[in-house]
Write a protein that binds this ligand. Structure first.
Ligand code: TUI
Length: 318
């Protein structure tokens, strides 16, 4: 294996500069441990789960591997504060945040020895969090699945990289060696990959979720819920159609919340075609099989593929 000596691999103590996306209900101890064992950074997603579940998943990862791992704290969760304390108490190696501004927690996490990496979707938050002392940032573009910002990875990534001096990891639309190379071309120090890891054999998401990802066509990844201020990207399905119908009606926020409640957990655990919210990034249409986490990571960083890309760039441009 070539040595990937980027700042992020060294900072995190991992072999490949790849972070597994913290996907609510999907990213549990099974997936996180497999990714960390394969040389990436496995991540448990706290999502909206009860605090005891988060504590248990941390314990389960530690039973399976001594390698570094992370916990993703979803800041709009009602129990975010409790989860924030758990990750500090447990001295989780890496804390990643999503869906908000984690400024109030940074001191506690740094005092506990955690590496802190917020997901950002804008320059303003990136600059503020660099000043707060976070270790690196994850710039997540609109191609990503789940809750998304407005800018694409192509524009967000260089915007953030030019705005801060700390490393920036690219997320959104990254699923193979070419998109990994593209992220590095945009100034990334590493990549975060979500959707593709749903198709990891160690991912315990329902088979229907995996089948839907494999079946998805290029334009099947849709966005709804803009009026709530928390737009989400998910696969076209009955719940997407239902949400889109009420999106611009009166009391849309309440109606959307009612429809969306529990729908992601439902997709992941029961695979319910009607009620499930199958969140996925735009790359869903390009995914075609289940593989082990190790195979996925080795493909992302395939030395021959990356060498060919670099050679191609040179011959096509000069
Ligand atoms: O958080 C995510 N992806 C998620 S969270 C989630 S669960 C959910 N379910 C229903 C509705 C909403 C969420 C599913 N997928 N990705 C990280 C991410 N963070 N994307 C965008 C942001 C973000 C947006 C605004 C981060 C910070 C931010 O700042 C706002 C502020 O307060 O300054």
């Amino acid at each position: 294996m070539p040595k990937y000596s980027g700042t992020i691999s060294e900072l995190l103590g991992i072999d490949y500069p790849v972070i597994q996306g913290g996907m609510a209900w999907v990213s549990n101890a099974s997936l996180a441990a497999a990714v960390s064992k394969a040389g990436g950074l496995g991540v448990i997603a706290a999502g909206n789960a009860p605090s005891d579940w988060v504590r248990e998943q941390i314990k389960l990862v530690r039973e399976q591997t001594d390698k570094p791992f992370g916990v993703n704290v979803m800041l709009i969760s009602p129990n975010a504060q409790e989860v924030a304390q758990i990750v500090a108490d447990e001295k989780v190696p890496v804390v990643i945040t999503g869906a908000g501004n984690p400024a109030q927690y940074v001191k506690t996490w740094k005092a506990a020895g955690c590496i802190v990496a917020p997901v950002v979707a804008s320059k303003a938050l990136a600059v503020r969090l660099e000043r707060k002392g976070v270790d690196f940032l994850i710039a997540e573009g609109n191609e990503a699945g789940g809750h998304i910002g407005e800018l694409t990875t192509m524009v967000l990534m260089p915007t953030i990289a030019r705005s801060v001096d700390i490393p920036v990891v690219a997320a959104g639309g990254i699923f193979d060696a070419a998109t990994v190379a593209a992220a590095f071309c945009l100034g990334a120090a590493g990549v975060q990959v979500g959707t593709r890891f749903i198709l990891a054999s160690e991912c315990t998401a329902h088979d229907e979720y995996k089948r839907r990802l494999i079946k998805a066509k290029d334009i099947d990844s849709k966005v709804t819920g803009r009026v709530t201020g928390h737009p989400v990207r998910l696969l076209r399905s009955p719940i997407f159609i239902e949400m889109s119908k009420v999106e611009y009606e009166e009391n849309a926020v309440k109606k959307l919340e009612a429809i969306g409640e529990g729908s992601l957990q439902c997709a992941v655990t029961t695979g319910d075609k009607d009620k499930g919210s199958f969140m996925a990034g735009q790359c869903a249409g390009l995914l075609d099989k289940e593989q082990t986490s190790k195979e996925i990571i080795e493909e992302l960083f395939d030395e021959q593929a990356l060498t060919d890309i670099a050679r191609n760039l040179k011959t096509k441009l000069f």
